[in-house]
Design a protein around this ligand. Structure first.
Ligand code: NAP
Length: 286
């Protein structure tokens, strides 16, 4: 059994994926804009992820833009049959790198074609609609118009499964009346647990919850309790943060992001870490 097998698997779209995956956003240049300083190092991270058993990669064509998807294609195409690539649409970048809404029918259709071309695919496995009603966090409002477009693109065979990102539970429920929802990707980690009830509700229906910023995002998690638990268990803070998520609920799929092979190995090794009840209680109290 390889190390990441120990974290188990969960159904995502039409495949069973390992619960430890990889988020590719950090592979683009600073501010997720433009190319990285060392594209070969970025491709090496992707190849190492696959070598270590990752079969779920999260990306978007608006990372770069285009850069992350192109790196994925250069490093991994032709893709292993077992690999599920999840992308997201609904936003675009301006020439300065700002994140703007892009949810008209024309923009969503263009985004699907951009992802297909840059990833070198005929069909996208899973496409998350990223709500931009508020760029910083979920905000109520109807998603019916963009989801109807996604349902049509699915009908046309360009997308296999549709997911949601940056959404409220009300929007998840409304979306499920329009089409099946394969996963939900919102911000969630040890220090940011607004979605506790959503995670439990999705678990009851067998829908994966994929936290973004699982390690804290651009400012990795720091706390005395986290450092103490890590020291006691002979692990790193990031491994404890990842293990906590794995133990939080079986429907959580992890996509920790990194631009470093060493950090990738460290993060995937969290599959082997089991947090004792007493440590979990301390972390839950954070
Ligand atoms: N749907 C959305 O709106 C949305 C938003 C943000 C992200 N995402 C997705 O979620 C994925 C994960 O989020 P994320 O990458 O932003 O945040 P993250 O996984 O919480 O953390 C990534 C940050 O932690 C650092 N890091 C990673 N492993 C580390 C380690 N072992 N030790 C020390 N530092 C470490 C990385 O720097 P190094 O590169 O130096 O390792 C990077 O700065 C992204 O890749 C993306 O696919 C989605």
């Amino acid at each position: 059994m390889s190390s990441i097998d120990q974290a188990g698997t969960y159904q995502l779209g039409n495949r069973e994926v390992r619960r430890l995956g990889y988020g590719a956003m950090q592979l683009a240049g600073p501010g997720v804009f433009g190319p990285p300083k060392d594209p070969e190092a970025a491709r090496a991270v992707l190849r190492e992820a696959i070598a270590l058993g990752v079969n779920h990669i999260d990306t978007s064509d608006f990372y770069g833009p285009h850069v992350t998807n192109q790196l994925i294609r250069e490093a991994l195409h032709p893709y292993p049959d077992t690999l599920t690539i999840v992308t997201k649409i609904g936003a675009r970048r301006d020439p300065q790198g700002a994140w703007l809404v892009a949810d008209s029918a024309a923009e969503l259709t263009q985004a699907v074609h951009d992802n297909l071309r840059n990833l070198g695919l005929d069909v996208l496995d899973v496409v998350n609609f990223r709500s931009m009603l508020d760029v910083h966090g979920p905000a109520e409002g109807s998603l019916e118009a963009p989801l109807t477009v996604l349902a049509e693109l699915k009908e046309r065979g360009l997308i296999r499964h549709v997911g949601l990102s940056n959404v409220t539970m009300t929007q998840v429920e409304q979306a499920r009346r329009i089409l099946p929802i394969a996963c939900v990707q919102n911000m969630y980690n040890l220090a940011h647990r607004a979605d506790d009830a959503m995670i439990d509700a999705l678990a009851r229906d067998g829908i994966p919850y994929v936290p973004f910023f699982p390690l804290g995002g651009f400012s990795p998690l720091q706390s005395d309790a986290l450092s103490q638990v890590a020291e006691e268990l002979g692990a790193t803070r990031m491994q404890v943060a990842a293990a906590w998520l794995l133990q939080r609920s079986p429907n959580i799929l992890l996509i920790p992001g990194t631009s470093s092979v060493a950090h990738l190995r460290e993060n995937l090794a969290a599959a082997e870490l089991r947090l004792p009840a007493e440590a979990l209680a301390r972390l839950n109290g954070l």
